[in-house]
Design a protein around this ligand. Structure first.
Ligand code: HEC
Length: 179
C-alpha cells in the first residue's frame, strides 16, 4: 500500500468515527427523551408486576409437617430421578454428582474426592431440612452457580419422601424436625 491509500483509509476512518460519535450522540438524546416520557408508566408497571409475581416465586412449601408421615418407599422410587447422578449407599461412588450417604444433617460439600462448584464449596454448615427442601425445589434458585443441573421437584410431598429416604442412609439418621 502506498502513502496515498493510507491517507484515504485514514480519512475514511475519521469519517466513520465521526459518524459513529454523532450516531451515539443522537441515540443518547432520543434514548434519554424516550426514558423521560415513559418513566412514570414504567414505575407503575413494575409496581404492579411486583405485587402480583413476587410472593408466588418466593414461596416454598415447607416439608416439616410432611416428613413425619413421609412415604419412604415412594421416596426410594422418586430417588431414581437422582440416581443417574448420585449414589446414596455408604462408600458409594461419586458420579456426575457426589455420593449422598449421610447428607441429611451432614456437612455441605463433604463427599471426599468430589469437585464441588465454588458456590457449594463456599456454603457453610450442615444441610438442614429447610435448606434441602429449598435446594431440591429449584437448585439454581437456592444456590446460584451450582453444578447440579436438575430442574427441581415441584411437589412438596415428593420432596419430603425423597428426603426421608435419604435420611435413612446415614450412620445416625438426623432427628426429624419438631413441629
Ligand atoms: C444431572 C445430575 C444430577 C441430578 C439428576 C441430581 N443431582 Fe444432586 N448434585 C449434582 C451435582 C453435580 C452436585 C454438586 C453441586 C455443586 O457442586 O454445586 C449435586 C449436589 C447435591 C447435593 C449436595 C451434596 C453435598 O455434598 O453437599 C444434594 C443433597 C443433592 N445433590 C441431592 C439430589 C437429589 C435428592 C436429587 C434428585 C431429586 C438430585 N440431587 C439430582 C448432580 C445431580
Amino acid at each position: 500500500m502506498g502513502g496515498e491509500s493510507y491517507k484515504v483509509w485514514g480519512a475514511a476512518l475519521v469519517a466513520a468515527t465521526v459518524a459513529l460519535a454523532i450516531g451515539i450522540g443522537i441515540n443518547h438524546v432520543t434514548h434519554t427523551e424516550h426514558l423521560e416520557t415513559n418513566a412514570y408508566k414504567v414505575d407503575v408497571l413494575e409496581g404492579a408486576v411486583q405485587t402480583t409475581a413476587a410472593p408466588a416465586a418466593a414461596v416454598i412449601e415447607p416439608i416439616g409437617p410432611l416428613l413425619a408421615s413421609a412415604d419412604i418407599a415412594a421416596g426410594e422410587k422418586g430417588f431414581k430421578r437422582c440416581a443417574t447422578c448420585h449414589t446414596f449407599d455408604k462408600g458409594g461412588a461419586n458420579k456426575v454428582g457426589p455420593n449422598l450417604f449421610g447428607v441429611v444433617g451432614g456437612a455441605k460439600g463433604s463427599a471426599s474426592g468430589f469437585a464441588y462448584s465454588d458456590a457449594l464449596k463456599t456454603m457453610a454448615g450442615s444441610w438442614s431440612y429447610d435448606e434441602l427442601n429449598a435446594f431440591l425445589t429449584k437448585p439454581k434458585d437456592f444456590l446460584a452457580g451450582t453444578k447440579m443441573t436438575f430442574a427441581g421437584i415441584r411437589s412438596a410431598q415428593d420432596r419430603a419422601n425423597i428426603i426421608a429416604f435419604m435420611r435413612q442412609h446415614a450412620d445416625t439418621p438426623f432427628p426429624l424436625p419438631t413441629q
